[in-house]
Design a protein around this ligand. Structure first.
Ligand SMILES: Cc1ncc(COP(=O)(O)O)c(C=O)c1O
Length: 384
């Protein structure tokens, strides 16, 4: 009798159960070779010629990512930005793309720069409002709809199934930046998306020591071939050590994400009751405008990311961040250590981020320690 299908947490913990056929090692070796031997008759029967295209160290993390996302194939990249920009670079020159106003700021800046020089025609909308998305797509002309959910740093939720229906009705692809959701909480391909992108720097690796990115596709078609070419031709490849470390990080993905979600929910509830907090942006709170959609499309939690708006404006927010002792004042997210960041200082003019906002990336520390540290920092705001 066939055994039941394995849970994704099992697949991740065992890195698909692969062992080294030569030695039986339960962890595969780190492949540092840049080049591979030809057969005497001038063929490459073992399938690899040069590591810019054919790094054997990618096989296992890509296969695991494909299994976790329920896709057809995955590609690792040198960074999340390299993965995202490979998608846009693979569209026709001047392609019309629709993207959210609230999204990872450096990609929004990159899309604006690409639009300014005519490489793309990016149009920004409130992707949380399906009617705005529907009004922005141009049937037969829009090549791609890009969404991010939950979206940095307001944690805006976009309905992936609705976005897929809108994109496909216009003949466009739907790509989802699922960095904050992780495949533990959301599987965008099952909801109709064509491509999933991760900044693997964040939860997938999870230890703030690797910069990496990934794409996973629902099918391997002509567009996928272009992405494969964009990586090997563009050369934005992940290093062998980084690929090895990324797989090691992914083996604990489920434990880390489950813990971060539980703690983030508790921290969000505690912050919502704090007198120095104006509001809490977290999709796990019923007060969040995207809570209903998030409850439908996220399973097992609402993520480890939240933002708080501090009473007293920008100066009070920056002063609060200055007073934390346990949280680290640093950018990035999704690591085992908790981070706090005054986001408007990073994004600069033109950002939709309010100046009183602090972004919190919840790690895996004891949640009561994290709450006590934030409470003390906020109490200092009331009593300068
Ligand atoms: C949601 C999201 N997408 C993409 C990126 C870019 O990823 P990377 O820094 O790995 O290039 C980031 C980085 O912060 C991010 O938070």
């Amino acid at each position: 009798m066939p055994r039941r299908p394995l849970h994704p947490a099992t697949l991740a913990a065992q890195a698909l159960g692969w062992t080294d056929p030569a030695t039986g090692a339960v962890v595969l070796p780190l492949y540092t070779a840049t080049t591979f031997e030809r057969d005497p008759d001038n063929q490459y029967r073992r399938g690899r010629g040069y590591a810019r295209a054919d790094n054997p160290g990618y096989d296992q993390p890509q296969a695991l990512l494909t299994a976790l996302e329920g896709g057809a194939a995955s590609l690792l990249f040198a960074s999340g930005m390299a993965a995202a920009s490979a998608v846009f670079a693979s569209l026709p020159v001047g392609a019309h793309v629709v993207a959210p106003r609230v999204m990872y700021w450096a990609l929004r800046r990159w899309l604006n720069a690409a639009t300014a020089k005519g490489a793309l025609a990016a149009e920004f909308v409130d992707a949380a409002a399906p009617d705005e998305l529907r009004a922005a797509v141009r049937p037969g002309q829009t090549s791609l709809v890009w969404i991010e959910t939950p979206a940095n740093p307001l944690w805006t939720i976009t309905d992936i199934a609705a976005a897929a229906e809108i994109a496909h009705a216009a003949g466009a692809l739907l790509a989802v930046d699922s960095t904050a959701a992780t495949p533990v909480l959301t599987r965008p391909l099952a909801l109709g998306a064509d491509l999933v992108m991760h900044s693997a720097t964040k939860y997938l690796n999870g230890h703030s020591d690797v910069i990496a990115g990934s794409l996973t596709a629902s099918r391997t078609d002509e567009f996928w071939d272009r992405l494969v070419m964009a990586r090997s031709g563009g050369g934005a490849i992940l290093g062998s050590l980084e690929s090895y470390l990324l797989l090691r990080g992914m083996r604990t993905l489920h434990l880390r994400v489950e813990r971060a979600c539980r703690s983030a929910q508790r921290i969000a509830e505690a912050m919502a009751a704090h007198p120095e907090v104006l509001s809490v942006l977290y999709p796990g709170l019923p007060s969040h405008p995207g809570h209903g959609v998030a409850a439908r499309q996220m399973q097992g939690g609402f993520g480890g990311m939240l933002s708080i708006r501090v009473k007293g404006g920008e100066a009070a927010a920056i002063a609060t961040a200055a007073r934390v002792e346990l949280w680290k004042r640093a950018t990035s997210l999704g690591g085992v250590e908790s981070l706090v960041e005054h986001r408007a200082s990073v994004e600069g003019p033109g950002s939709p981020v309010p100046p009183d906002l602090l972004r919190l990336s919840v790690g895996i520390e004891d949640p009561d320690d994290l709450i006590a540290d934030l409470d003390a920092a906020l109490d200092g705001a009331a009593d300068p």
